[in-house]
Ligand binder design. Sequence first.
Ligand SMILES: Cc1cc2nc3c(=O)[nH]c(=O)nc-3n(C[C@H](O)[C@H](O)[C@H](O)COP(=O)(O)OP(=O)(O)OC[C@H]3O[C@@H](n4cnc5c(N)ncnc54)[C@H](O)[C@@H]3O)c2cc1C
Length: 371
Amino acid sequence: MRTFSHILATRPQVEPSIPFPGCPYPTDLNILDTESSSKFLNDKDIVSLRELHSDLRRICLRARERGVKLIIDAEYSWYQPAIDAMQLALMREFNKVVSDESMPAVQPLIYGTFQAYLRRTPLHLAQSYRDAQANNYKLGVKLIRGAYHPHEVLAHEAVRLHGQRSLSISPDELPPVWTTKSETDRYLRRSPTSTSLGISITGWFGRKDQLKRSDFPNIGVLFGTHNWSSVKLILNELVMNGLAATENPGNQEEEPTLRLDDEVTERVTLGQLYGMIDELTSYIIHRTHSNSPMVIKYVPYGTLSETIPYLSRRAIENKSVLGDGHASEERERAGREIKTRIFGQSYFPDDEDFEVRRSRSFSLTRTLTNF
Ligand SMILES: Cc1cc2nc3c(=O)[nH]c(=O)nc-3n(C[C@H](O)[C@H](O)[C@H](O)COP(=O)(O)OP(=O)(O)OC[C@H]3O[C@@H](n4cnc5c(N)ncnc54)[C@H](O)[C@@H]3O)c2cc1C
C-alpha cells in the first residue's frame, strides 16, 4: 500500500492523463538508489524494497544463464504500480538488444503482463513500446483479459459510491476496468494507439516478407487465453500477415495446418493454464508445425496448501471454460490420456486415430518441458 502511494505521488503528471493505475516511469524506483526520503515509506520499507529488487535481479541473472524466460504476472490494479515499476526496471536491464547480426533474433528474457480489461492498457502498451524502442530493449508482452474483473468493480464502488474502506485506491470516477466485454473490444480497437502500435499482429510485427532482420520490431508476445475464438483469430492473423504458411490449403474439409518459422515462434506464443481446456492446447499443437512449441502450459507447482488457493481461484474465474459439464469432459480426457500412456494403443484397439493422438501428446510433453 505504502509503495504504491509513494510511486503515484512521485510520478510526473502527463497529458492525456492515463487511467488508474497509470504507467510506470524509470524514476519510480529512484528511492532505491538515493538517500532521499519519502513521506509514505519508512526506512524499513526502503530496505525491503531494495532486497526485493536485488532478489529479482538474482532470479533474472540465473534465468539468463539457464536460458529460461521469466513472465511476471499481473494482479489487482492496486498492486500494479509496484509490479510495473519492478517490471520496467528488469526489462530495461535484461531485455537489451544484442546488436550482433550473426546472433539469432531471440525473444525477450522478461515478459510483463498487460490486462486487456484495464482502461489504461492501450496507452500503457503504447508507452511501453516507445520506451523499448527508445532504450533499445525488447518488450515482452503477455496479453490476457485479466482475472479480477468483479473484484475491481466492487472495490471501486465500495469507495466511490458508498464511502467504505476498500483496497481500491483509484482516484478516478470510473472503475479501472471496462465494465463490459464489448466496451473493452470497442475501445481497444478505437484507441489512439491502434494505428501507431496496434492491438493487432500487423501493427506489432509487420509482414515477415517485407522485413529485414534489422527491422524486426523488438517485441515478443504471449497471448494467454482459454477462448477458442481468440485462438483462431490469432492463428488467422498470423496467416493474413504472412507470418504463417498454410500447408494443406486444398482440403476444404479440414482447417489447414500452419507452418511457422523460428523467427515467428521465437516471438509469438499462445498459453493456457494446466488443467484448463487441454483440448484447445492440443488443437493448437495439431494445427501448427514448428521447430519450437507454439503453445505453453502454465504448470503451478508447490505444496498442496500453496497451490490449492491458486487453483480454486482459477477454477472460479474460468467458469465459462469449466462449467456446463466441461470439467468432467476435461477429466475424462485426462483419464484416457493417462491410460493410453500406461497401456499403449492396445488399450484402445479400435482407435484408428491413436498415432495422431500419440504424436500430439508427445509434442504436448515437449511443450511442457521446453518453455
Ligand atoms: C497463460 C495464462 C496466464 C494468465 N496470467 C494472468 C495474470 O498474470 N493476471 C491475470 O489477471 N490473469 C491472468 N490470466 C487469466 C486471464 O486474465 C483470464 O482471466 C482468463 O484467461 C479468461 O480469459 P479468456 O480470454 O480465456 O476468456 P474469455 O472467453 O475472453 O472471457 C471469459 C468470460 O469473461 C467475459 N469477459 C471478457 N472480457 C471482459 C470484460 N472486459 N468485461 C466483462 N466481461 C468480460 C467474457 O464475456 C466471457 O464470459 C492468465 C490466463 C492464461 C491462460
